[in-house]
Design a binder for this molecule. Structure first.
Ligand code: NDP
Length: 328
């Protein structure tokens, strides 16, 4: 069993999630990669306990994280029971449903049938009575949004989840879901969009809607899956995501023009006394974002990225230089 760091709340920043009572650590830990069925328990447990010891309270999962789908929830449940059984009330645990999870017409998209069955499965896999946030993982153009909203409302009313969220919804879809949920008496507390230096448009287009509706934002892929780090500057390391069997980051994404940008950004980071991973993480947090979800393959990456909070402010000149590189 892990003995948690007594000073875990002394350095982390906690941001209010929209117009809610929920405070989230400015950095969260996500389990999309590196928590699958063949991952080593000791490494996964070290990542989770390191994050918790650094004040990270928010842990992000989804029904399909693995491989195999469901494995990340099972592994996280095991880590909670074995390493951190006394700390459930100090954690915000999120899960999602919206992508394909099981065969047949009820294992995908946005129906009430799928969402509630999936949430029940997630709770069983993690060994939990409730999750803190339940997200609809992606919009479903075919299910009436009224039905998806009713399923999220039921998840909260039944006590299986404490807060409702959506991910990958456009501003119009977000506004409609917020209104439907408001009508049912359950606020839409949080949105999970992609956001990083190389991929800014989606979140920046969404920000006014989130501000108007009082919805918090927890962004994913803050390091563009590792592209915004020093990881690929000297080739493709054998233990990296691009070299792994992950279908989400292929070696063909790592082009010379991209590497030139990354080198120029790394130079600005160096002048700030940071690694590029550190600078890219806090750059996301410079405006209204509630939290960035860090992904990691080892505990040292989490330590390095959290350390970046000590130097989170940017001069206007640094922001302009970064913008010029990104627009080039
Ligand atoms: P990032 O963009 O932060 O990429 C994480 C990867 O970057 C790590 O696995 C590691 O790569 C590399 N890395 C991290 N820190 C460092 C460092 N200090 N130095 C060098 N390399 C580093 O996030 P993810 O793409 O992993 O996404 C984060 C989370 O967001 C997910 O776990 C999930 O919870 C959520 N998510 C949600 C989605 C949604 O649709 N709602 C979609 C995608 C993600 P390596 O493994 O090569 O070491």
């Amino acid at each position: 069993m892990h003995e948690a760091n007594e000073n875990r709340y002394s350095e982390m920043i906690y941001n209010r999630c929209g117009r809610s009572g929920l405070l989230l650590s400015a950095m969260s830990l996500g389990m999309w990669h590196n928590f699958g069925s063949s991952a080593a328990y000791s490494n996964m447990a070290e990542m989770v306990t390191t994050a918790f010891d650094l004040g990270i309270t928010h842990f992000d999962l989804a029904n399909n994280y693995g491989p195999v789908p469901g494995a990340a929830e099972e592994n996280f449940g095991r880590i909670l029971r074995k390493e951190l059984p006394a700390y459930r009330d100090e954690m915000i645990i999120s899960t999602k449903a919206g992508y394909e999870m099981w065969p047949g017409p009820y294992g995908d998209h946005g129906s009430r049938k799928y969402l509630i069955a999936s949430l029940d499965q997630s709770l069983r896999r993690m060994g939990l009575d409730y999750v803190d946030i339940f997200y609809h993982h992606r919009p479903d153009p075919e299910t009436p949004m009224e039905e998806t909203a009713a399923a999220l409302d039921y998840a909260v009313r039944s006590g299986k989840a404490l807060y409702a969220g959506v991910s990958n919804y456009t501003p119009e879809q977000t506004e409609k879901m917020a209104a439907l949920l408001r009508g049912l008496g359950t606020p839409l507390t949080v949105h999970q969009p992609r956001y990083n230096m190389l991929d800014r448009e989606f979140f920046e287009g969404l920000e006014p809607t989130l501000a108007k509706e009082g919805i918090g934002s927890v962004c994913f892929c803050p390091l563009a899956q590792g592209l915004l780090t020093g990881r690929y500057l000297n080739g493709i390391p054998a233990d990296s995501r691009a070299a792994s069997s992950s279908p989400f980051l292929s070696e063909s994404r790592i082009t010379e023009p991209l590497l030139n940008k990354v080198r120029a950004l790394a130079e600005i980071a160096r002048n700030r006394g940071q690694s590029l991973a550190q600078m890219a993480t806090v750059w996301d947090l410079r405006n209204s974002l509630t939290s960035v979800i860090l992904g990691a393959s080892r505990a040292s990456q989490i330590r390095e990225n959290v350390e970046a909070l000590k130097n989170k402010d940017f001069t206007q000149d640094e922001l302009d230089q970064i913008d010029r590189i990104l627009k080039a």
